[in-house]
Write a protein that binds this ligand. Sequence first.
Ligand SMILES: Nc1c(C(=O)O)ncn1[C@@H]1O[C@H](COP(=O)(O)O)[C@@H](O)[C@H]1O
Length: 164
Amino acid sequence: MQQPVVGIIMGSQSDWPTMEKAAEMLDRLGVAYETRVVSAHRTPDLLFEYAKTASERGLQVIIAGAGGAAHLPGMVASQTPVPVLGVPVQSRALNGLDSLLSIVQMPAGVAVGTLAIGQAGAGNAGLLAAQIVGLQQPAVREAIEDFRRAQTESVLAHPDPAVS
Ligand SMILES: Nc1c(C(=O)O)ncn1[C@@H]1O[C@H](COP(=O)(O)O)[C@@H](O)[C@H]1O
């Protein structure tokens, strides 16, 4: 098995239906990844250990998804030089607006690249992670170009909606 270069982490097992979209994208683009449940609130020691060892373990990007009081991406970013992409998971109470604001409003000096709420954001986090990894892996760059070509062809294959 290939050494993972992307870490997909999430605050709870309940985030997996969202975060699996990131995994699916990485599978499609041929990028090796690992998945873990890590929570700033419920498993703080594990969070610190995960973030502090990420770089030496070969991770090049971390995708962190969390919902509600979503402190996970920011806390991970504070403990590693590896770039962190944050995915706001859609919460039941506030539809993910709470998650989005928690992740996007980082203080200056600690960066998290924030994606859109929910599955679309998770898929795009996978794509963006692959683009970062692709800077050093030509095969991944080619897979991204193939993906884009297929996407364009699929849009063009559908007829335009009729105007009545
Ligand atoms: N936001 C966080 C963090 C964190 O930021 O560390 N840990 C768990 N959670 C979030 O709590 C929500 C509910 O979790 P449960 O479904 O386990 O109750 C999840 O969306 C998770 O990401």
